[in-house]
Write a protein that binds this ligand. Structure first.
Ligand code: SAM
Length: 228
């Protein structure tokens, strides 16, 4: 009988956000595949879990996926974690899971749900997000303009991840493209000491971050309200 594959969400900052089930599963599996084994080791050691770790990340070769499939065939139970949040949400996981489903259909794959910056941000944004479009990270160059225009025209909320290096540039683009009535919420450093949620027009937020460079740090989720 093949082993089980658990896709385990981990905290996005505050370690208290790990779930009881995640702790149990991470303590029970034979191997934990981590996006970065150093990060995985830090997390597991914090909870006094000591398990063999191996790496699985965006650049992992096909042979790594084959090794994971072999582990499952041998009956090993495995967990996959990313550096933070839910695997396969703008993180590695999709290719592996799709390949396990294809080549070992009898393998059981379980979600161990928990934190994600996406759901954390929309939960506190106070915006109509019953339906929304999630873009992950916006492309840096090719296709960026097209997506920004799509966000401009979208009557659903648009949500995307952004880095501290690009947040000002993105707000500049949105300030040019969007009507001043379009509301934006920016969630920064969710669950961490400097957690902050700012709301306003693109111009308001551009002014805020331009005047508060110390806040142009950390990790960001941007939510743009739908067009009326
Ligand atoms: N899989 C993760 C999840 O479920 O949230 C997302 C991984 S993606 C590589 C990392 C991006 O998520 C960051 O660049 C940032 O945009 C967002 N993010 C992660 N942690 C965050 C946090 N604590 N606060 C705000 N955004 C965060």
């Amino acid at each position: 009988m093949s082993g089980k594959l658990y896709v385990v969400a981990t905290p996005i900052g505050n370690l208290e956000d790990i779930t009881l089930r995640a702790l149990r599963i991470l303590g029970e599996v034979d191997i934990v595949y981590c996006e970065d084994t150093r990060e995985g080791k830090k997390l597991l050691s914090h909870f006094d879990i000591h398990k063999p770790l191996d790496s699985f990340h965006a650049r992992s070769s096909l042979s790594k996926i084959e090794k994971i499939v072999e582990d499952l065939k041998m009956g090993k139970n495995l967990a996959v974690i990313s550096d933070a949040g839910t695997p396969a949400v703008s993180d590695p996981g999709f290719v592996l899971i799709s390949e396990v489903r294809r080549s070992l259909p009898e393998a059981e794959i379980y979600a161990v749900p928990g934190p994600s910056a996406l759901t954390a941000a929309i939960s506190i944004a106070g915006m109509a997000t019953n339906t929304f479009v999630f873009y992950g990270f916006l492309p840096h160059k090719k296709g960026r303009e097209t997506i920004l225009k799509e966000i401009m025209a979208n009557n659903k909320a648009s949500v995307f991840y952004e880095s501290s290096h690009r947040i000002l540039k993105t707000l500049q683009s949105l300030a040019v493209l969007l009507e001043p009535t379009r509301r934006i919420a920016i969630a920064r450093e969710l669950t961490k000491i400097y957690e902050e949620l700012k709301r306003g027009s693109a111009k308001d937020l551009l002014d805020y971050y331009t005047n508060n460079q110390d806040k142009v740090r950390g990790e960001f989720v941007v939510i743009v309200s739908g067009a009326d």
